[in-house]
Each structure stands twice: as C-alpha cells, then as structure tokens.
Write a protein that binds this ligand. Sequence first.
Ligand code: SAM
Length: 229
Amino acid sequence: MSVLRLLPKRWRERIRNYAPRGFPDSPSCGAFYDARARLFRDDEAASLEYSSLGVQRRIFARAVDALPPHGRVLDVGCGLAHLHDYIIDREFPIASYHGIDVSAAMLDAASQRIGGRENVSFEQRDLATRPMESSSYDVAYVISVLGYPIGRDPMASMLSLLRSALDACADGLVFTHVMDGRSNRTLAFPTDPDRLAEECALVLGADATIFDNGEDFTYLMRLRKSSKR
Ligand SMILES: C[S@@+](CC[C@H](N)C(=O)[O-])C[C@H]1O[C@@H](n2cnc3c(N)ncnc32)[C@H](O)[C@@H]1O
C-alpha cells in the first residue's frame, strides 16, 4: 500500500497535481517519475500524470491513426507500457515491442506487468544522450514524454531526442506535444504546432505532419525522414 493512503485526501490531490516547471536534465526528469511510480503504485493514471486512463487511450487512438503500428515498435518514454496493451487489443500485426524509459521504477512496474511476454523487451535509456542504431526499429511512439522543458535550451533538447528517435526508425514516428489556449491548466512547455513542424523540417530534415483535433491541448505530429534529404 502506498504511504499516500495515510494522508488526508486534499494533500493527496495536491501531490497528484504537483507539476514542476522543468528539469535541468533528463535523469532529473527520470527521478521525478521514479518518485511518482512509487508513490502512486495503486493509481497508474496518477503515476503517469494522466487525469484518467481513458484520456491516455484517446491519445493512443490518435497516435495509431496517425501512424499504424507495424514491424518493430519502439516506445520512447514507455512508462508502464500501456501502449503495448493498446496495440495488442487493436490487433495491429507487430513483430516486437521495445520500451525505453529514463525511470527505473517505471520500467520495473512495466516489466512486472508484461515483462514475460514474447517479443517484449525493456531498457533503461535516455535516447537524447544514448542514441540507438540507425533503422533498428520500424516505427516509434513518443507519447506524453516531451511536456516538460529540459535544460537551458528546451527546444534543442526536444529536437535532439526526436532526431535520435527518428534515426532509429526505418518508417517514422509520432510524438505528442501541448499547446496553450485550450485548457485552464498552466502548461510548462507549450509549443505552436506550425512553428514546431517548421523546426522539425529545418533542423531534422523531416517531413512533418500535424494531427490536431481542434479541441484538445495535446496535438500529435508524425515525422518521416524526408525524401528530399
Ligand atoms: C507521462 S509518462 C508517459 C508514459 C507513456 N508514454 C504513456 O503515455 O503512458 C512520461 C514518461 O517519459 C519518460 N521520459 C521522460 N524523458 C525521457 C527521456 N529523455 N528518455 C526516455 N524516457 C523519458 C518518463 O520517465 C516517464 O516514464
């Protein structure tokens, strides 16, 4: 049982809703999620900072519409690896699933859930500083991972991670980001979809497509290695 159960409800809510302004580097971000994974081990949505697992599944649905899972799937910042379950439930024909995360506690929990399954593997890795072999996966998903500013130049940190993820894929990737103006939440690192798509094209040389349903503050972007490169 989590120690949170011993606290009054309003304290639990305050801890659940606590969001830092950013992190100096990705290991600190990992430490934050380590703490959440341990504190909220009875509440998976809370540990992942989703308001509910229904919200998470709606984002997964948008992600697989934008880029259907196939072949070797890389889940960057996999958390509890719920994306794996979603892909299997929807019967996408994948060959393997590899989840990476900077948080050891998230990976422990994910491995306990589904670690024994065939063609499922996990690894503690910060993709921004430890890239993977080029085209060693077919598709990658980076879902609800990039919402906090990291380091002194958050845009450069985000693009560096996306560069590594895109290079690791033979086909392409989908990532999520957040925009201002559609939520009363204070977002730590909002971006403008058109401007971010331009940056991805310019800096990563990627073909970038925005997927925005006009309602949510979360939007998605699909990146493919540009045919012009
Ligand atoms: C909000 S959770 C989302 C988990 C999962 N993608 C989902 O949607 O359920 C964000 C996860 O990203 C991980 N993460 C953040 N930065 C990372 C990085 N640079 N490399 C790998 N994992 C990272 C965190 O440790 C955390 O587990």
